[in-house]
Design a protein around this ligand. Structure first.
Ligand code: ADP
Length: 384
């Protein structure tokens, strides 16, 4: 069972030191065997060189498999992963192999013996051989089906509530716009201003409800990130066009000189445009009227593609820097300048970047530059 034991028994009588060593080794093996048996979690020892797996008892008791149904191959394992999660799993594994890290985790659906699926949280540690090649993963599968079901119920509840809020809010806005558009007769200057205030407030509320919905979905890991080749220059230009009315209202200039050559990058268009949109609207909002200048850039770097949005606005105070990506956080100078804001925009960007394997950071002083890195291989798609 333990091949190296033999080496501790050279021909002849073992001396006291080697007897002690043998005893210690036997204890260690015993401990390892007990841990392997005692836990309720499924434990595995995956030999990547031979593509073989050793499971503990919990695999049979928890998922209902008989010993004769398993052949101890990696192929058996992967063929029991839900087909919709296979791509996610593959991506996470190649990410682990390519990175310098050792620990790994991934949530996916795993088939029980009765054909139903449960959610498992797979956590493991990678061992490499002396040449640095991945050799072995030891880890555990924790059944998180109950937690996932709870998350799903919470998500459905939030979707329902936000839908119920958004519908009447949109109706208020539409009627307000009809009134200011003179569709039921001319309004006095004061009436028009009041109705505009109402419609602006309902627009903001619609945005906040949308942001809360997005945050809760992201928190639950339920935003699906897809990836297909896109020209970032075109998408950035589209976003700038969308925010121009806001910039013109504040007389803020927005400059963007797209690079002449830029490769198509694997992106989720909705996620990317949401990030650019949030950064641009922040840059406009936190820049003083009539003096504002915003520069948007796209660059290729060693580790990926970087979008930057540079403004000459109010900057981020030193005491706020470490909190800026926290949810609902707003710096004092921002609250003083722009009363409206949810403190969710940057949090959303951060969670999205983490989800697709990217990065967001900033530099501040006189004005602020926000940077977003999209990895060289594009956004890494995620499953549910
Ligand atoms: P919101 O803008 O709705 O408050 P965000 O999450 O987008 O929420 O931003 C969080 C905070 O980060 C802002 O309240 C502000 O303090 C700061 N901030 C974001 N962008 C900028 C910027 N371009 N210049 C200065 N401060 C910024």
């Amino acid at each position: 069972m333990i091949p190296h034991m033999a080496r501790l028994h050279p021909a002849g009588k073992p001396d006291a030191a080697s007897e002690d060593a043998l005893h210690e080794l036997q204890q260690a093996v015993k401990r390892y065997e007990l841990i392997f048996q005692a836990t309720n979690d499924v434990l595995y020892d995956l030999d990547l060189v031979n593509a073989s797996v050793e499971w503990n008892e919990a695999l049979y008791t928890q998922y209902g498999y008989g010993r004769d149904e398993l052949n101890g191959t990696l192929e058996w394992w992967t063929s029991h992963v839900h087909p919709d999660d296979a791509f996610l799993l593959e991506n996470k594994v190649s990410e682990l192999f390519e990175s310098g890290t050792h620990s790994w985790h991934c949530d996916y659906r795993f088939r029980r013996a009765d054909g139903t699926y449960c959610y498992v949280r797979d956590r493991g540690l990678l061992q490499r051989d002396t040449a640095g090649r991945p050799a072995r993963i030891i880890g555990s599968l924790l059944d998180i089906t109950a937690q996932k079901q709870l998350d799903l119920a919470k998500d459905e509840f939030i979707s329902l509530v936000s839908h119920q809020l958004r519908t009447p809010l949109t109706i208020i806005r539409v009627y307000g716009e009809m009134l200011t558009g003179g569709m039921s007769g001319a309004l006095s200057i004061e009436q028009a201003q009041w109705v505009r205030n109402m419609t602006n407030s309902s627009s903001r509320l619609i945005d906040v409800v949308g942001a809360i919905l997005n945050v809760s979905r992201l928190d639950l890991g339920r935003i699906r990130i897809t990836s297909s080749p896109r020209d970032m220059r075109v998408l950035v230009q589209g976003c700038i066009k969308e925010v121009l009315p806001l910039a013109e209202e504040k007389q803020v200039l927005v400059g963007f000189s797209p690079p002449r050559r830029f490769p198509k990058v694997g992106l989720d268009e909705t996620i990317f445009t949401q990030i650019v949109h949030n950064l641009l609207t922040n840059a406009i909002r936190y820049t003083r009227p009539q003096q504002g200048r915003i520069d948007v850039k796209l660059e290729t770097r060693r580790d990926g593609y970087v979008l930057s949005v540079h403004d000459n606005g109010i900057g981020i105070p030193p005491d706020a820097e470490e909190h800026i990506f926290e949810r609902f956080y707003r710096a004092k100078n921002a609250v003083g300048m722009e009363a409206q804001g949810s403190g969710l925009g940057l949090y959303l960007i951060k969670v999205m970047c983490d989800a697709f394997g990217g990065k967001v950071w900033f530099e501040t002083g006189k004005g602020t530059v926000f940077y977003v890195l999209i990895p060289k291989r594009g956004m890494i798609p995620t499953g549910q």
